[in-house]
Design a protein around this ligand. Structure first.
Ligand code: BES
Ligand code: MN
Ligand code: MN
Length: 460
């Protein structure tokens, strides 16, 4: 496989670049046709890689790409999940090069170069590594498992239609394990395997004061300013120790034992380098927990966006009628997204002063997941990493969310293996997203080895 990768790596990079040139932004209806083009592209490449059946499955939203390579009923089956849609590229002016014109540049963490483009790491580069691994294995006549691909175009907007698709296609999706590359490793020197993901509750709040915008001199001082009120309400959601103050918020949180925390702490973490990378004077978070713990095994509450009043050029003296914010809460086992949304809603309404009206609108949510580290899939992934990277991967808990993973478990009865290859510093969802060339090529190698080890372990 290594020699196949070496021989074809320029083409592998060129093909990924072609995919990255398609602005498949699922959230933006102006890109609807681009999203479809990306789906067609993936489908065509799956076919070229050797899939013997491929199709575009229509949904009420963006299509799902399905493809399979079946080699025998006696072989184990791996279902690969990923997404070809990407986050919006805004703010575009903060990109050093245009988001949909991929270029390779070196970075401190990627001395072999990284490919810069929206979706490079999340998730086109990682999905494409799977397609190239299939290509290499088929070319060498070395594929040891049946493979099914399910690549969706709505992950970044909540996967609503994929949920329906999964419920309606249980037979088609029958497999022994789900393999997902849409997470990160600790560093290129320290490979790791995620054994969990956080859940999500996402809400939008609207605070309305007076029935119209007012002159901030004529009325200022006498009428509650909804922006000020919103800020006070938000500020009250955490205490001085960084604990979330919503009653009942922590009721279902599973506290890790000292031993489990010690186990996670084995992954080396350089606080100084972390601060330096982000150019921050200090970190912040819940008292009593380390940065890696705060970003993985603990729940959060964050404002993702806030607006109201005048934000145009110059100064306009105005006391606004409305203020809004988008708030996300990352959840950990056993918190339930609907329950947390309900707790938030009730609490936020209850702390509103009489001077304003508050509306809380729930957006999408997702359940947290933990995956076993002793399953055949996890062990196969661990062996694949060990063989390709020369080091045993450290089990970690991820901070991000892939809400559909919990649904796979519920509807298909399958656990997922989270075998991601990105770095946290690859700027996913941010300007200048990139994916290391090393990570891309090593990813292809690791995926190919996964099939080998999975077939060995599963048959035994
Ligand atoms: N690939 C990410 C999730 C991720 C990133 C998990 C890094 C672990 C490490 C995924 O595409 C994503 O962005 N998910 C969203 C949730 C969704 C409902 C929009 C997220 O985590 O914000
Ligand atoms: Mn992703
Ligand atoms: Mn994402």
């Amino acid at each position: 496989m290594q020699s196949y990768i070496n021989q074809h790596k320029d083409r592998f990079i060129a093909e990924l670049s072609d995919l990255l040139r398609i602005p498949s932004v699922s959230a933006d209806s102006r890109h609807k046709e681009d999203v479809r083009r990306a789906a067609e592209f993936i489908r065509g490449k799956l076919r070229q890689a050797g899939a013997d059946h491929t199709e575009l499955c229509e949904t009420a939203g963006h299509p799902i790409v399905y493809g399979e390579k079946m080699i025998g009923p006696d072989r184990p089956t791996v279902l690969v999940y990923g997404h070809y849609d990407v986050q919006p590229a805004d703010p575009v002016n903060l990109w050093e090069t245009p988001p949909f014109e991929p270029v390779i540049r070196q970075t401190r963490l990627h001395p072999d170069g990284a490919i810069f483009a929206r979706g490079a790491c999340d998730d086109k580069g990682q999905v494409y590594a799977h397609i190239k691994a299939l290509e290499g294995l088929v070319a060498a006549g070395n594929l040891s498992c049946n493979v099914k691909f399910m690549i969706e175009g709505e992950e970044e907007v909540g996967s609503d239609n994929l949920g329906i698709f999964v419920r309606e296609n249980k037979e088609k999706l029958k497999a022994d394990v789900i393999l997902i590359s849409d997470t990160s490793i600790l560093s290129n020197d320290t490979p790791s395997l995620e054994s969990g993901l956080r859940g999500l509750s996402y809400v939008e709040v609207e605070v309305t004061g007076p029935n119209r915008d007012l002159h901030s001199g004529v009325y200022g001082g006498g009428v509650a300013n909804p922006i000020n009120v919103l800020c006070e309400m938000i500020a009250s959601l955490k205490d001085a120790d960084g604990h979330i103050t919503i009653p009942g918020f922590y009721d279902e949180v599973v506290e890790l034992s000292r031993a489990e925390r010690d186990e996670l702490a084995k992954a080396s973490f350089d606080q100084e380098a972390y601060n330096q990378d982000l150019e921050i004077g200090d970190v912040a978070g819940e008292k009593g927990y380390t940065t890696p713990e705060r970003t993985s095994i603990r729940p959060t509450l964050d404002v993702n966006g806030i607006w109201g009043g005048y934000t145009g050029e110059g100064a306009k003296t105005v006391l606004p009628s409305k203020a809004c914010a988008k708030i996300s809460m990352r959840l950990v086992p056993q918190q339930h997204p609907d329950q947390i949304t309900e707790l938030f809603k009730n609490h936020f309404q209850s702390i509103a002063p009489a001077t304003v009206k508050v509306v809380v609108k729930p957006h999408h949510g997702g359940h947290p997941v933990v995956t076993p580290t002793d399953s055949v899939g996890f062990r196969a992934a661990s062996q694949a990493f060990e063989e390709a990277w020369g080091k045993k991967p450290i089990p970690t808990r991820g901070g991000g969310s892939i809400p559909i993973v919990a649904l796979f478990e519920k509807e298909l009865g399958l656990k997922s293996v989270l075998m991601g290859f990105g770095l946290d510093s690859d700027a996913i969802h941010s300007p200048n997203e990139h994916f290391g060339i090393f990570n891309y090529l090593k990813g292809i190698e690791t995926i190919a080895l996964f099939y080998k080890h999975f077939a060995d372990l599963q048959v035994k």
